[in-house]
Design a protein around this ligand. Structure first.
Ligand code: CS2
Length: 468
């Protein structure tokens, strides 16, 4: 039998310098945006909005990796180009995006500080996950965090040194950001807007507090400058973007006619709501569908509670049942019933003017898209922090109204059960997690890790125990 693939011509690799000669759309752009934490989500969301909105090619993105440097290795040779596959329930649509013009390993702090201090740079965006902010349950920077404390020492040493030591750069996102801002202040490069794109309520405000607190530990003048010259923008970001599979590379190859080693698959739906100032200017993101609002809070709650809350419940529940994807978990009658109950509770604390019925129906359709293989194991990461933002506020609102909500208690109990049964995934409070599980009363101890107020309610804590 003949091997057909041996007869196929290998595809040419995707390269910016070759494409831009044939098509001006792929020409590079000046760096005006710095992104921290490049992953599939940034490439499917903010980079896509910029690509579509910036038709005059004025806003290039220099992106830095977060936990893993792999994207820098993959996109470097492609000149930052990659394929975005928008996957509907029946078909795929592919485009080559060119808004990212440089990709660096996050550990290349020398380059990071350089682009942060350029006068042309006007915006910094972040997708570093909830855990990357290193704040405690009250939204305050965690003073006991060892890595933050080491970064304070490193930054203080670099300020004092004539020649900063390249081997001793900060390792945390907040530390690096503060170092970059210090360089910008020194160079007199003008105001900057920092845009948090992580699933945290009042994300811009939380980030502002974290950055100014850290700055106050190293230099009071810097703290004052950040307060006066740096804008922190709050956002709601939404686009379901699973991890890329090997088969997606082949699909991308067929659709674009070149070999892309790092395509991204995402759903067709996308939403970006922003609130804040851009004193250094910004792309006309609204041309690509973004919305600017003055009061972002109701939109934050709607998205974090209904979409992300349901995701976390389905992930913990589905993993317990041996399921793999969100589509499978929502297809399970009990999974479906659990999120419907949770949504009924959550909607009591959301403004009806936000078209909640329509929003829920659209979410179900998005979750059920079987062609988006969104892994439960991906969503179950960092569950402690996620439950804190996605479920705890609803349980607390119910308690204030005199009710102990069963759907919320179930959400905590499913996670606790998974943890007690030994399921492990990267989680920032790991050591405490083990201590809680080993304690005489793991249910209460785990609840306390997420939210002290809920843990101190006898009624709620016992509802969680019963649900376990
Ligand atoms: C998910 C989110 O991994 C998770 O925790 O809930 O990444 C979710 O897919 C996005 O927020 C959708 O916009």
């Amino acid at each position: 039998m003949q091997n057909n693939s041996a007869l196929l011509q290998p595809l040419e690799p995707l390269r910016r310098n070759e494409l831009e000669r044939m098509d001006l759309r792929y020409r590079t752009r000046p760096i005006r945006i710095v992104h921290i934490g490049i992953g599939n989500f940034h490439r499917a969301h903010q980079a896509w909005y910029t690509d579509r909105a910036d038709t005059n090619r004025e806003w290039g993105i220099a992106a830095f990796t977060g936990r893993h440097p792999d994207v820098a290795r993959e996109l470097g040779p492609q000149g930052g180009l990659y394929t975005l596959i928008e996957r509907g329930p029946h078909s795929d649509r592919a485009s080559i995006l060119s808004s990212i013009v440089e990709v660096q390993d996050g550990a290349n702090v020398t380059r990071f500080v350089e682009v942060m201090s350029e006068p042309g740079t006007a915006i910094v965006t972040l997708t570093v996950t909830e855990a990357g902010y290193r704040v405690n349950a009250d939204g305050e920077l965690n003073r006991d965090d060892q890595e933050l404390r080491s970064d304070v020492v490193r930054i203080a040493a670099s300020f004092a040194a004539v020649e900063p030591d390249n081997h001793n750069w900060p390792t945390t996102v907040i530390g690096r950001l503060v170092l970059g801002l210090a360089a910008r202040k020194r160079k007199g490069s003008g105001p900057l807007s920092i845009v948090s794109c992580d699933n945290i309520p009042s994300n811009g405000t939380v980030l502002r507090r974290a950055v100014t607190t850290f700055a106050s530990w190293v230099d009071k003048d810097l703290e004052r400058w950040i307060e006066s010259d740096v804008d922190f923008v709050c956002t709601v970001v939404d686009r379901i973007t699973p991890a890329t599979k090997i088969a997606d590379r082949e699909i991308a190859g067929k659709l674009i006619g070149a070999c892309d080693v790092s395509p991204v698959v995402t759903e067709q739906f996308s939403e970006w709501i922003l609130s804040g100032e851009f004193r250094g200017g910004r792309p006309q993101w609204e041309a690509a569908g973004a919305r600017f609002v003055t009061d972002i809070e109701p939109y934050e709650r709607r998205k974090l509670w209904l979409l992300n809350g349901a995701h976390t419940i389905l992930a913990n529940f589905g993993l317990q049942r041996g399921l793999t994807t969100i589509a499978e978990a929502v297809g399970d009658p009990e999974g479906f019933r659990r999120i419907e109950e949770f949504w009924n509770t959550a909607c009591r604390h959301l403004p009806a003017a936000l078209d909640l019925g329509e929003y829920r129906a659209a979410l179900l359709e998005r979750f059920r898209n079987p062609r988006i293989e969104h892994l439960l194991s991906q969503i179950a990461r960092d569950s402690t922090t996620k439950l804190r933002y996605r479920v705890a506020p609803i349980a607390r609102a119910e308690l204030r109204d005199g009710r102990v909500d069963r759907a919320c208690a179930f959400a905590f109990a499913t996670w606790a059960r998974l943890m007690i049964d030994g399921y492990r995934t990267p989680d920032p409070v790991d050591p405490n997690l083990e201590i809680a599980i080993e304690s005489g009363n793991p249910s209460d101890a785990l609840l306390r890790l997420v939210d002290r107020e809920l843990a101190s309610s006898q009624e709620f804590a016992s509802a969680v125990r019963r649900a376990l």
